[in-house]
Write a protein that binds this ligand. Sequence first.
Ligand SMILES: [Zn+2]
Length: 180
Amino acid sequence: MRCPYCSSLDNKVVDSRMGKEGESIRRRRECLKCEGRFTTYERVEEVLPSVIKKDGRREPFDRQKILNGLKKACEKRPISLEMLERTVEDIEKSLQEKGLKEIPSTVVGEEVMEQLHRLDEVAYVRFASVYRSFRDINEFMSELKDILSSKEAKDASKERPHVHEEKDQKPEKLSLPLDS
Ligand SMILES: [Zn+2]
C-alpha cells in the first residue's frame, strides 16, 4: 500500500479494527519514511449471483442495466443519481444476502420493484410502461411487467397512487443575501 503523502511502500499497521456490521477491516497505517498516517479498508470481494433467465439461460448480474432502468423510471422525479446508486447497492446487497449462486430473474425483478416502491411511488407506477419500451432488453424485464400488473391489480381499489411529496413539501428556501 503506497503512502498517499510520499509514495513510499513501507508502512506499518498501528491500529486495526472491524468496520460497522463486520463487513470490513479498517487499518490505520503509518508510513515508515515520512511518518504520515493513513487508513486502508479491507473487505471481501463482492460476488453477485448470476441470473437465471426465463428460458433457463444464465447471465451475469448487470448492475448498469438496473441502474439504467431506474434512471428511466425516475426521470423528472426529485431523485438524485446518488439515491439511484444507493438503491442499486441495496438491491445488490439484498440479493447477496440470499446466499445463492444463481438467482431467478423474477426474484431480481421483485427486489427491484420493492426498492423502487420504497424510493418513489410515482416512479414505481411508471416502471411498467418504461420497460414496455425496451421489449428485448431482457427476459426479466418482461417478468417485471407481470409482477407490476399483479401489484397494480391489487392496488386498483385505491384510485390513484398516493403522492405525498407535494403536500408535505416545505416552501422553497429563500436565497441567502450572499447569493444575490
Ligand atoms: Zn510517507
